[in-house]
Design a protein around this ligand. Structure first.
Ligand code: 5AD
Length: 348
């Protein structure tokens, strides 16, 4: 196993067999997982030092046309409370975030049919004009290439669109109303072509996912070379068809994060909210597996509970924007600190 990890460090890739062996071993042998994570942390430190970038997450709408089996915002979930922030409310979040020191805003939401190109363009243009020095990240699901282009021209810089599953059968099983993996990958290609910094990623431990599927996910990420990669454990939401399933495995999630860091040394990799929700030390564990970004919540506090992609989602305390000082304290316990710079991808 040591030899496999060394090969991954040197070559930034492994064949399917080796990746499968490494992931499997990480769930049973704590020493192998530790070795892998140590290598990932070393690589992240060479790239980013001890600074952790922050991104202010604004959850713009909980309406969604999709019916993804795992997600609490799925349209079949009649018990979900829906809301949609207004233009002015989103601008107020940005104002607050900018004051706190955020230099990236992430506008994330369900696939809300009322979010027309025009409405979103005006929003992005307004943020761009008000804060010329921030990065604007969008995470609004699948849209047309024209739409992606118009939003890029309005001032957006980055787009997060997890591929969710590189295995087309698993993808279809999890996303009954979606347009399929092919369309998803075409969206990612379009975003790349337009010039966005692009984010991909997947959950670990969702029903039906095997180790081989995670291997496929990692290989796809290796081929696509995205600038950002979000990986978190699956978390069950009781009002979804997967509500009775167990949460994803922490060790396997940390192994996937660490392998991703070694495959893509300069990528921006968040220690996800799902990790922080799974374990009280999840956020630190993510950083100690090679992650270099955290995404505190900037949404108005009264709506946060309604943006429930899964239950008990961490959003208070250190996950909340008000908790930046607390976050910095937490990071200090492992020798890190918040890096307030915009933190663009740069391939050294
Ligand atoms: N558990 C963990 N992650 C989830 N996501 C959606 N639902 C869940 C869940 N129940 C992830 C998806 C999506 C991202 C915004 O959150 O991967 O892309």
């Amino acid at each position: 196993m040591k030899e496999l990890v060394e090969r991954l460090v040197v070559n930034r890739r492994l064949d399917n067999e080796s990746l499968r062996a490494l992931l499997t071993e990480c769930t049973t042998d704590a020493n192998v997982l530790q070795l892998l994570r140590d290598c990932a942390v070393r690589t992240a430190r060479e790239q980013f030092g001890l600074g952790i970038y922050i991104r202010g997450l604004i959850e713009v709408s909980s309406y969604c046309r999709c019916d993804c089996l795992y997600c609490g915002l799925r349209r079949s979930n009649r018990s979900a409370e829906r809301y949609r922030l207004t233009h002015d409310e989103i601008m107020a979040c940005c104002r607050e975030g900018y004051k706190l020191g955020f230099r990236t805003f992430v506008l994330q939401g369900g696939e809300d049919g009322t979010h027309t190109d025009r409405w979103l363009e005006e929003l992005v243009r307004d943020i761009r004009q008000s804060y010329p020095d921030v990065a604007i990240t969008l995470s609004l699901g699948e849209r047309s290439e024209e739409s992606y282009r118009a939003l890029y021209e309005a001032g957006a810089n980055r787009y997060l669109l997890r591929h969710e599953a590189a295995n087309a059968d698993l993808y279809d099983a999890l996303h009954p109303t979606a347009k399929g993996l092919k369309n998803r990958l075409e969206c990612l290609e379009a975003l790349k072509r337009i010039g966005y910094q692009v984010g991909m990623g997947m959950m670990i431990g969702v029903k039906g996912q095997t180790i081989d599927d995670i291997v496929e996910d990692l290989q796809l990420i290796g081929r696509m070379q995205p600038q950002m990669v979000g990986i978190g454990p699956f978390m069950p939401h009781s009002s979804t068809p997967l509500g009775g399933e167990p949460a994803g495995d922490l060790r396997l999630t940390l192994a996937a994060v660490a392998i991703t860091r070694l495959m893509l040394p300069s990528a921006l990799i968040p220690s996800t909210t799902a990790l922080a929700t799974l374990s009280p030390i999840g956020r630190l564990e993510g950083i100690l597996s090679g992650a270099n970004v955290v995404m505190p919540n900037l949404s108005p506090s009264d709506i946060r509970a309604k943006y429930a992609i899964y239950e008990n989602k961490a959003s208070w305390g250190k996950e909340a924007a008000e908790g930046l000082a607390a976050l910095d304290e937490e990071l200090k316990t492992i020798g890190y600190h918040i890096d307030y710079s915009r933190g663009d991808f740069n391939n050294k």
